[in-house]
Design a protein around this ligand. Structure first.
Ligand code: GDP
Length: 166
């Protein structure tokens, strides 16, 4: 059994936890406690250098924005720059994700904008919904596929992955 470390990056509220929980348990977390989010944000700010460490140890990266929040799309760019810097410009398994596609009526980031950014970064792009599970399994399957490839495919071992949500 192969084990991989996947890091899920994106600004607060884009659905990093919801996507991970949906994939692992098959259920959707509806409740949202901004107080708790604020607490975690402060913790992370205080230990900003920790992010470098998680990135250093991460083997695959899921970069998430919310397609109903243009700011979250802007926020993802410096996070990708940080990965590139920490990984010393090596090619790393990565996927760009526009989450909350179930909220089509509130969309602020077009499919084309997401796709264009992914092309610029030469990585795959998916629009997902942690709420109705759209493309969630595909997302994790794709990152595992990339990590298998990066780890030199040598047969058909089973694999599993653990997530760090930043
Ligand atoms: P995180 O801070 O990135 O981990 O975001 P959370 O996973 O805590 O999600 C933030 C809020 O968005 C929660 O209220 C979730 O229920 C909601 N949410 C997450 N994913 C989706 C989605 O795909 N669709 C909808 N409609 N809401 C979502």
């Amino acid at each position: 059994m192969r084990e991989y470390k996947v890091v899920v990056l994106g600004s607060g509220g884009v659905g990093k936890s919801a996507l991970t929980v949906q994939f692992v348990t098959g259920s959707f977390i509806e409740k949202y406690d901004p107080t708790i989010e604020d607490f975690y944000r402060k913790e992370i700010e205080q230990f900003a250098s920790m992010r470098d460490l998680y990135i250093k140890n991460g083997q695959g990266f899921i970069l998430v924005y919310s397609l109903v929040n243009q700011q979250s799309f802007q926020d993802i760019k410096p996070m990708r720059d940080q990965i590139i810097r920490v990984k010393r410009y090596e090619r790393v398994p990565m996927i760009l994700v526009g989450n909350k596609v179930d909220l089509e009526g509130e969309r602020e980031v077009s499919f084309g904008e997401g796709k264009a950014l992914a092309e610029e970064w030469s990585c795959p792009f998916l629009e997902t919904s942690a709420k109705n599970k759209a493309s969630v399994d595909e997302l994790f399957a794709e990152i595992v596929r990339q990590m298998n490839y990066a780890a030199q495919p040598n047969g058909d071992d089973q694999c599993c992955s653990s997530c760090v949500i930043l």
